[in-house]
Design a protein around this ligand. Structure first.
Ligand code: MD3
Ligand code: FE
Length: 208
């Protein structure tokens, strides 16, 4: 499947930004999000330290990322519904596999998609994504709606971090030397976006 032909920017070793690559289908992606949150609602989760995260989350796919007082992990069932997570929409899978393929990861088969919803004031502190077993597989991130400042450092928490604004339709593929990079996002500012209204969604596709 072909999405917008856009420039690819190497933002760090192993990290490629495809600017506005899914902007033409952003509204369709939001429609899919609305369908899946009707089954597995967005919810606030606690960190293992017992602090509520400001970002609301849900998942689709055969496994989903969960966090509570017992830690971070992937689960086959949604703890809220007790049943399996909604299936990953074909459109989501196609976006993830084709974007990964474009930047040198043929055969990327995500089994989890974490859906994050940011409302004004939401942020995400610096962290690594290391709950997945095969770190040779990339993570594909899709931004929808309001812009946010993404922070991207090195493999040590204290490495200097760069800032990049992620906007509607931007896709970033994180693999190679970037797969274990510390990253986070700044505080979402109040605004209105034609596709999402007052929020931002981020989809991250993972091979767990
Ligand atoms: C770099 N999400 O869900 S997307 C996350 O905007 C997460 O919601 C942020 O960090 C968000 O874990 C950032 C960019 C991103 C996602 C995963 C990565 C960058 C990454 C995994 C490894 C390295
Ligand atoms: Fe992350």
């Amino acid at each position: 499947m072909l999405f917008a032909e856009t420039e690819t920017l190497d933002i760090a070793p192993g990290a490629v930004l495809l600017r506005a690559a899914v902007e033409p289908i952003a509204a369709e992606l939001v429609a899919e999000i609305e369908r899946l949150v009707a089954r597995s609602p967005l919810r606030s989760v606690m960190t293992p330290m017992g602090k509520p995260m400001s970002v609301e989350m849900t998942n689709c796919g055969t496994v989903g990322w969960v966090s509570d007082r017992r830690g971070y992990r992937y689960e086959v069932n949604d703890p809220l519904t007790g049943g399996p997570w909604p299936r990953m929409p074909h459109l989501f899978r196609n976006v993830a596999t084709s974007m990964a393929d474009r930047v040198g990861y043929p055969g990327f088969e995500p089994d989890a998609c974490l859906v994050n919803r940011y409302s004004p004031g939401s942020k995400m502190g610096l962290h690594q994504d290391r709950d997945e077993s095969d770190l040779s597989q990339p993570i594909v991130s899709v931004s929808i709606g309001l812009p946010i400042t993404f922070k991207f450092g090195g493999t040590r928490r204290t490495d200097p971090a760069r800032s990049i604004v992620l906007r509607n339709g931007d896709v970033v593929v994180f693999g190679g030397a970037s797969r274990l990079a510390f990253h986070g996002v700044g505080t979402l500012r109040k605004g209105v976006h034609e596709v999402t209204g007052g929020c931002r969604y981020n989809l991250t596709f993972r091979r767990v």
